[in-house]
Ligand binder design. Structure first.
Ligand SMILES: [Zn+2]
Length: 593
């Protein structure tokens, strides 16, 4: 008994004893609660300090923190110039990748102040990398903003024992504390916002940055069949662009979803864009903007009235509270609560109204409108100018067009395009694409039926072709009109005609010692292309015996020439260059070719 009292006096408990165990558990819970409260207080203090913009954080490159705690530009002139250059480069290239390439090509390094180690605080020139550039553009400090919580910690991604892990990618829009005009700025806040928008639209999910290729709609086009993005592919040295949906092939090993030639679709969208930018269309948009302005004024009036009413409610609650006798405490307490509630409602309304005013896009001013009107007159010329790059055209299209689902109807020449313009308006268009085969035309059955019908009336192919052209039928590609062989082919393929139609070759009168090229090649055992080369070089005489076909070319070669040619053929190639003895007036053929 005495021993136990002694143990308690020095704080030693016996876990085998029920009362001691209970006490131990309670003490443990209390110290845990104490830890929690301590931590919460420290965090609250930290946030309060951050809310005043006074919480010291490590500053990124281009800035230094003075011993006094003040944040200033890096005193090194070159460091400042480099940061400014990077922002200028982003204005010019508009993608992080291109800025990085430029910096690497010109061997420009980034000014970083060492955070720790013996060289702490010294300026180090480090190799540029993508992550540091992305951080540079994402960090609002360069626009003079003090922000806290830009890279919030996601508890689920934190690793035990490593407090630095689990930080999300920077999201300035979701920062807990955002105080503009607090710090020296490299760029204006407007420019910072513009860069953020640009970075966001550069992401693949948003269509990516404009490309170098000639295809106008890369990044905007969506497959109407599977809903995934279509790609531009180039062959023929970049001249023949096609839009392809490769997703089914790359993901499931199936055939291409659909593909079509880029040119007709590009032409259609270009004409739509230019149409949207004609002065008349712009005037209509301007009128719409003025209507919107009237609408906004109405909404604004409505909000003012709501605020006025809320103010009146607050004033009334205040008066009621003031009128009550101080002794009547119960009533006073109720009235006080009502006053507080009215004040809360008013504060909420005011905050909402501020947000509404901030979010609504500003209507264009008179000067801006006149500038727009002037520009629209020049736009078609600008669009077609040689100096306008494909990337600039793509940018214009992206400014107007949000996305464009496109669907090829079956395997036919018909293409359906839906244009989703910015501003939530849709238009639907139909397009005829060139296709390789006549029988995939949507009009093929009707076309063959019409041709067969005309054939049964006893017309020949040329007459049928004329009639079909007159009636507005169009072939698949390469030509705009039908001709007689095409009609004949069509009739045979559709089974309307079984006899092969072939013009008999004209009869050729031969002079003595004349050969066709094929005959001569077989006679001397020489490849035909060699004989053609000799003819081109004038070493064999030859004439055109009517018509343009190769069959009508006749080579004159007497028995001596044939023998000489055979001798050349029999000579092993290293000695062939020795000229054979001349035969008659004719130049001896040599193998120099
Ligand atoms: Zn697809």
């Amino acid at each position: 008994m005495d021993a136990r009292r002694k143990r308690r006096a020095v704080g030693v408990y016996d876990p085998a004893n029920y009362n001691d165990r209970l006490l131990l558990g309670l003490k443990g819970t209390m110290s845990e609660a104490e830890l929690h409260i301590l931590k919460a207080r420290m965090l609250a203090g930290r946030k309060a300090k951050a809310g005043r913009g006074e919480l010291g954080k490590p500053v990124p490159m281009g800035y230094v923190r003075r011993p006094s705690g003040e944040v200033t530009f890096d005193p090194d002139e070159q460091a400042q110039t480099t940061i400014r250059l990077v922002f200028d480069l982003f204005d010019r290239f508009r993608t992080v990748g291109k800025v990085m390439t430029y910096l690497v090509e010109h061997d420009i390094r980034m000014p970083v102040r060492a955070r720790n180690g013996p060289q702490k605080g010294d300026l180090e020139w480090r190799r540029v990398n993508r992550a540091s550039l992305l951080n540079l553009f994402a960090n609002p400090i360069y626009a003079g903003v003090y922000a806290y919580g830009v890279r919030a910690v996601d508890k689920r991604r934190q690793k035990p024992g490593r407090p630095g892990t689990g930080r999300r990618s920077p999201r300035a829009g979701e920062a807990e504390i955002f105080l503009p005009n607090c710090l020296p700025a490299y760029i204006s806040f407007e420019r910072y916002r513009r860069n953020q928008t640009q970075l966001q639209s550069n992401r693949a999910a948003w269509g990516g940055a404009p490309r170098a290729g000639t295809a106008l709609l890369s990044g905007v086009l969506v497959c109407g069949r599977c809903g995934l993005r279509m790609q531009a592919q180039y062959n023929n040295n970049g001249h023949a662009a096609r839009y392809v949906c490769p997703s089914m092939k790359s993901s499931y090993g199936e055939a291409f979803c659909q593909s079509l030639k880029a040119r007709p679709l590009d032409d259609l969208i270009a004409s739509l864009v230019l149409e949207a930018m004609t002065p008349a269309a712009i005037e209509a948009s301007v009128a719409l903007a003025e209507n919107l302005e009237a609408e906004r004024a109405a909404i604004d009036r409505h909000w003012r009235q709501r605020l006025e009413r809320a103010g009146y409610e607050v004033e009334r609650a205040r008066r009621q509270y003031a009128a009550v006798e101080p002794e009547n405490r119960l009533v006073a307490r109720t009235l006080e609560r009502a006053w507080e509630a009215a004040l809360t409602v008013q504060a909420q309304l005011e905050a909402e109204y501020e947000r509404l005013k901030r979010d609504k896009p500003q209507a264009p001013s008179a000067a801006e409108l006149s500038a727009i009107r002037e520009l629209t007159d020049d736009l078609p010329a600008l669009w077609r100018a040689q100096t306008t790059t494909p990337g600039e055209r793509q940018t214009i299209v992206r400014l107007l067009l949000e996305r464009a689902p496109v669907e090829v109807v079956g395997r036919t020449e018909k293409v359906r395009v839906e244009c989703h313009w910015h501003g939530a308006s849709h238009t639907t268009h139909e397009l005829t694409r060139p296709i390789a085969r006549l029988d995939t035309l949507s009009t093929y059955p009707a076309l063959t039926a019409r041709a067969a019908e005309l054939r049964r009336k006893g017309l020949d192919c040329a007459q049928i072709a004329d009639i079909l052209n007159g009636e507005g039928w169009r072939p698949a590609k390469r030509r705009d009109t039908f001709n007689a062989p095409m009609v004949h082919h069509l009739l045979i393929k559709s089974g309307a005609e079984t006899v092969k139609y072939r013009r008999r070759p004209p009869r050729i009168e031969r002079r003595p010692n004349e050969w066709t090229i094929r005959e001569l090649a077989e006679e001397i055992g020489m490849p035909q292309p060699t004989l053609y080369t000799w003819i081109q070089k004038g070493r064999l005489s030859c004439r055109n015996a009517g018509g343009s076909s190769k069959r009508a070319k006749l080579v004159s070669a007497d028995p001596d020439t044939v023998a000489a040619l055979k001798a050349i053929r029999a000579t092993p190639s290293p000695w062939r260059r020795i000229p054979p003895p001349p035969v008659g007036k004719q130049l001896p053929p040599t193998t120099e070719s």
